[in-house]
Every structure is written in C-alpha cells, then in structure tokens.
Design a protein around this ligand. Structure first.
Ligand SMILES: [Fe+2]
Ligand SMILES: [Fe+2]
Length: 374
C-alpha cells in the first residue's frame, strides 16, 4: 500500500491522476474485467433526457408562494418555539419550508456536480477498461442529473443557494484524493447512499408532482451507482488486513460525520436563516434542548430515513466493525438494520422508474433516432 491505494482486486488497479503514460502500456489493452458489463449495458434501459419533455416537463407549474413543497414535519427547526414565533404569519412558514427545500436541493445539485467530477476523476486513475467505461458512463449520467436539478431549481426559485462549507470541503477532498478507496467509499458508498435515501424521502413526501418525477428519474440511475460501490466492497473488504480495514472504516466514519453535520447543522444554512431575521445560534440552542437520542432514533426508524440507507450500505459491506458500531448506533438500531437483509430503500422506486423509461424508450416512436438522423 505504498501509494495508499489498498488495491485488492486487479480491476481496481490504479495509477496517479497525472500518470497518463501508464495508460499507454500495451499489455494494459488486453485487460478488461466483465464485472461492470451488465451495469453498462443496462444504461440504455433507463436512458432519459432532462431536455426532452417526453421524459420530464420542467414547465409544470407550482405555486411556490402559497403552497408548501414539503410537509412541515420534515423540518426539525419548525419544532422549536423560537422559529415558530418568528414565522407567525402562515405565508412566512410556507416561505421557510420552501427556502429550506431550496437549500436541500441546492446541496443535492452541488453533490451531483461532485459526483460528475469524481467519476471523471476515476477515469484518470483506474487502469481496467471495464472500470473506466463504467466510470465514464456514470459521468454522463451525473451530467444529466446536474442539468435536471439545475432546471428544477431554476423553475421554482430562479437560482440555487451556495454550497455549505462542510459539504464543499468534503467534495474537494474526495475529488482531489489520489486513493481509489477514498473516492469509492466517499462518493459511491457515502454520498450516493445518502442521495438514495434523500431522493426516496423527497419522492415519498413532496407535494410537487414535478419534483416527484425528477427524484424517480434520478433514482433509476443512482441505484446502479450504488451497486458499483457494493461490487468494490465485495471484492475488497474481505481481503483487507486489520490495519487497512481500520483505515477504510475510519474514512467512512469521517465522511458520514461530515454529511450528517452538513445536513442537520443550521450553521451551514446561515444565510437562509438570516434572510428570515433569525439568529442561527439561537436556533441551534433550541434544537439541542428538544433533540434527544430517543427522538433521533425514532426519526431514523422511518423506512425512507436518509441515513438508514447509508449506514446499511456500510454495514452490509462489512466496513463497520465494533470499533465504530457504537458511533452509528447513536442514529440507528444496528441489530434491526442487520435483520432487514439486503433490500435497499429506494430500489422499488427505481425499478418502477425503469419500467416507465422502458415504456418510453422502446415502445413508442423512436424520436431520438430521428433527431440523430437530422
Ligand atoms: Fe447523480
Ligand atoms: Fe450518482
């Protein structure tokens, strides 16, 4: 592990990000792992285009001024007396819910941009042609997610909000990291796992049919990205020596904590709170007095809770051991999670989305082919 890469399977063999010359080794062209062929081939089944109204229409209206995009109980800050008092006018409360949603979707947009650059960066380090094609294909899918979320945010609010500093630092760290394990654990397992949970929650809870459709279409792709992380873990984790395992486990815990912090810390949304004339420190203070471990755990129990997917991914991958078990146990009942087996939250929503896309892609007149022929 001289280069820090912890490579346990030849298909994850990697070079330094600036070592293009190694890609020209003639023997390298003889190697292509078939491990990702199925995922790569499936890309045609779940093709969609955010610019084509046949798949999704971003002109679908929603009255953002008078209607809440999400239910009130999704926002813990609204459970504090301080925030309730500051939002006495029902219209202000709707504006708060919708601006909080804007912040969440902006975080997702920045996360999608991170996923695009991260998967492109995998093309530069992975040597196996199958792994490279997988990463290139994911890059393409992430690009349509960036377009789709940017279009949704534009339709509802005009502009996204700035990336919170904590999320920004994590994205910069994993995109710049030369180590494959940091990239795959950080992005494919943690960020993608969090995304699947978040998309499933938005899909289930939103009052906006356009947002619901958007979440489902994105999930048809993300379910496969999540699988890439799982394949890596299946082939790597059982072969790690204790020292290497500790490195991977600690990295996962570090990424988890960062993502959790980004999501629940009002300081990351300072500007938004200030736009309502609220003092962020006061919000944090009141949240701490009402948030008990019991309450957090109850929240986590909801099937679509966003951190459940993430913790379950790490648990099923064998990354979590007794060293960090208690840390995750603060947020979720680990025994209960283990007993649930392999089924992932969101897979059913993605499957239904893929069936919808197959219908459009293969049973209706082939408009894309006509466009290509022009
Ligand atoms: Fe994505
Ligand atoms: Fe993704």
């Amino acid at each position: 592990m001289a280069d820090g890469n912890i490579t346990k399977d030849a298909m994850y063999d990697a070079v330094a990000p600036d070592d293009f010359v190694s890609m020209l080794e003639i023997d390298r062209y003889d190697g292509r792992s078939p491990a990702f062929d199925k995922i790569i081939a499936a890309t045609h089944d779940h093709f969609w285009d955010p610019l084509n109204k046949k798949y999704i229409d971003f002109d679908a209206p929603f009255d953002v001024e008078n209607e809440a995009l999400m239910p009130e109980d999704m926002f813990p800050a609204l459970k504090t007396d301080y925030v309730q008092k500051m939002l006495a006018d029902p219209k202000d409360k709707i504006r708060f819910i919708n601006e909080s949603t804007r912040w969440s979707l902006s975080s997702i947009l920045h996360g999608e941009q991170g996923a695009l650059n991260l998967s492109a960066s995998l093309c530069h380090v992975l040597k196996d042609q199958g792994a490279q094609e997988y990463a290139a294909n994911q890059t393409r899918e992430e690009a349509r997610h960036v377009t789709a979320f940017a279009k949704y945010i534009k339709a509802r609010w005009g502009k996204p909000m700035a990336c919170g500093p904590v999320l920004q630092n994590l994205l910069v760290e994993i995109i710049g990291a030369p180590e494959v394990y940091k990239k795959i654990v950080g992005m494919q397992m943690l960020v993608e796992g969090l995304a699947m949970g978040a998309f499933a929650t938005f899909f289930t809870e939103t009052h906006d049919p356009l947002m619901k459709k958007l979440m489902q279409l994105v999930m048809t792709d993300e379910a496969f990205h999540h699988k890439f992380g799982k394949i890596w873990a299946d082939r790597t984790v059982p072969k790690l020596d204790p020292e290497e395992h500790a490195v991977v486990e600690d990295w996962a815990a570090h990424c988890f904590q960062t993502l959790l912090f980004n999501l629940v810390a009002p300081h990351q949304q300072r500007e938004m709170y200030e736009s309502f004339g609220m003092d962020v420190d006061k919000v944090v203070e009141e949240l701490q007095t009402i948030a008990t471990d019991e309450m957090r755990r109850e929240e986590m129990k909801k099937a679509t809770n966003i951190f459940r997917v993430l913790i379950k991914t790490l648990l099923n991958a064998g990354i979590i051991t007794d060293r960090t078990r208690a840390f995750y146990g603060l947020y979720v009942d680990m025994d209960e999670l283990k007993a649930e087996g392999d089924v992932m939250v969101g897979d059913a929503i993605a499957d239904e989305g893929i069936a919808y896309l197959r219908e459009i892609n293969f049973k209706k007149p082939a408009a894309p082919a006509l466009i290509a022929a022009e």
